[in-house]
Ligand binder design. Structure first.
Ligand SMILES: NC(=O)C1=CN([C@@H]2O[C@H](COP(=O)(O)OP(=O)(O)OC[C@H]3O[C@@H](n4cnc5c(N)ncnc54)[C@H](OP(=O)(O)O)[C@@H]3O)[C@@H](O)[C@H]2O)C=CC1
Ligand SMILES: O=C(CO)[C@H](O)[C@H](O)COP(=O)(O)O
Length: 466
């Protein structure tokens, strides 16, 4: 019986695409799914690639179709579904086999699952995959967590199917147990912030400038050839250009303004806070999605709360473009700061420059800016801070004035820009050699005798507050 180098369980959007990518690279892949009716049509629809796909209709036969030591890759929702699948599959595996969770998972859960599986002598890999269905099919960016020997075993399967940036495969070993899923989580956090800032610019043009969707789409199309060149700007141009066949309106105009979220943005913020870090741009984006979902409250508030007065005009398109660039740099900097802090906390030794490098192709975050970020991180920026890298300082110098102008105009006009304004507030906080936290310390000492440090001598002091 023909056997497979790897097995994919979960033939949804991502699993199907990843299986076809593997098959196309000559990697014989066993495929299985909870709902077995999907399996045959999938393999038959794969035409000649079907030769490298071995269908299995239950877990026992799926596992039997794998070369030993076996590699079982799950592409299903994280959380209880994965735990239940582990309950079923682990008794069928032997020591030396490997389980890969390629879905988006909370890294804390990955650490827990890793301990459970490894106690059986079975390797566990938590792997982030970015690029959506198209990326998974034609070359995703992959962030692998797990032991060194798991990476050594997986690399020959993953390198051929990964996206390539100037020939370099966009896949790398991040570190042990939860490191891969942590990096993917922060990747998604930056993705949330970038999408939100783009949406804020769209909102300003629509509600402050009276632009229609196709015109805004054309602007984003033009921006995709400049410093904002990126997958997400391209996606935005595509989304804004599409027409609804039923109403003949721009499709975005008939889509409810209520954004979904599956958890990775929220996890980024939670982990950042646990690490004592600020992920304010990501938090702005997560919060904006949450407020968007409170549709009834917003509709009531729109009638009840005193309104928006339009003062002044909207800055020009070039200013908006620069403002978005500044916001993008600052949200990436916050994301890399979370990664730096997590690397220290968990002793992962994350290679931040390599992370930026493997995000340059295949993944949702791919952009021209990431090449500059990768170079800046490789050159060891002052105090590890991306914003202090000379290349980034120069870009911020050119773009922050525009961010200030845009945030100012939005505030005056009463249009919300939670992520852009958070980016600016963070930038201005960083610039303050002497900030205002001296008063916070004084307040803490007045009510709680928490003590403070002084600028003129070392030690810890309490005030005589009266
Ligand atoms: N879509 C995307 O752009 C990306 C998604 N991901 C992650 O990839 C994973 C899969 O996502 P995606 O392919 O989009 O999801 P889909 O909804 O398209 O597919 C989900 C798959 O999981 C299976 N499944 C669902 N619930 C269970 C369960 N309780 N037990 C066993 N199998 C189950 C489904 O089987 P059935 O057909 O029987 O319902 C199906 O095969 C998720 O973790 C997601 O976060 C990661 C990167 C990008
Ligand atoms: O991982 C992804 C992209 O990188 C997935 O598309 C994910 O679903 C995006 O998160 P959300 O659904 O919360 O917007």
């Amino acid at each position: 019986m023909k056997t497979a180098q790897i097995g994919i369980y979960g033939l949804g959007t991502m699993g199907r695409a990843l299986a076809l990518n593997l098959a196309e690279h000559g990697i014989v892949t066993a495929v299985a799914n909870r709902e077995t009716d999907w399996i045959d049509p999938f393999v038959e629809g794969a035409s000649h690639l079907g030769e490298n796909l071995l269908p299995a209709y239950d877990l026992e036969s799926f596992v039997k179709r794998l070369d030993t030591p076996r590699t079982v890759l799950f592409m299903i929702p994280s959380g209880p579904p994965l735990d239940v699948m582990l309950d079923h599959v682990l008794p069928l595996l032997d020591a030396g086999d490997m389980v890969v969770d390629a879905g988006n998972a909370d890294f804390n859960e990955t650490v827990r699952r890793s301990a459970r599986v490894q106690a059986l002598g079975i390797d566990y890999v938590g792997m982030g995959v970015s690029g959506g269905a198209r990326g998974a099919r034609h070359g995703p960016s992959m962030m692998v967590g797990g032991d060194d020997h798991s990476w050594t075993r997986l690399a020959p399967v993953l390198c051929p199917i990964a996206a390539r940036f100037e020939g370099d495969p966009c896949v790398a070993h991040m570190g042990p147990d939860g490191a891969g899923h942590f990096v993917k989580t922060v990747h998604n956090g930056i993705e949330y912030a970038d999408m939100q800032m783009i949406a804020e610019i769209y909102g300003l043009l629509r509600d402050g400038g009276g632009w229609d969707a196709p015109a805004i789409g054309q602007l984003f199309r033009a921006w995709s050839g400049g410093p904002l060149a990126s997958f997400l700007v391209d996606v935005t141009a595509i989304a804004l250009a599409a027409m609804d066949e039923e109403t003949h309106q721009p499709l975005v105009d008939v889509i409810l303004d209520k954004a979904g979220q599956k958890g990775t943005g929220r996890w980024s913020v939670i982990e950042a806070l646990k690490l004592g870090q600020s992920a304010s741009t990501i938090e702005g984006a997560v919060g904006a999605r949450a407020w968007s979902a409170a549709l009834d409250v917003r509709r009531t508030a729109a009638d009840v709360l005193p309104g928006t007065s339009v003062v002044g005009g909207l800055p020009g398109a070039h200013v908006l473009e620069r403002a978005l660039l500044a916001g993008r740099i600052l949200s990436h900097a916050q994301g890399f700061d979370i990664l730096r802090a997590a690397s220290q906390e968990h002793a992962w030794d994350l290679d931040l420059a390599r992370i930026a490098e493997i995000w340059r192709a295949g993944c949702i975050l791919r952009s021209d800016l990431l090449s500059d970020i990768a170079k800046s991180l490789a050159a060891d920026p002052p105090q590890g801070q991306l914003v202090l890298a000379p290349g980034m300082v120069a870009l911020l110098d050119q773009s922050v004035p525009a961010l200030r102008q845009v945030v100012g105009a939005a505030v005056q006009t009463g249009l919300p820009v939670p992520a852009l304004s958070a980016a600016l507030a963070w930038y201005d906080s960083l610039r303050q050699a002497r900030g205002n936290a001296n008063l916070i310390q004084a307040q803490r000492d007045v009510f709680g005798s928490h003590g403070f440090e002084r600028i003129d001598k070392t030690g810890r002091f309490n005030g005589e507050w009266g």
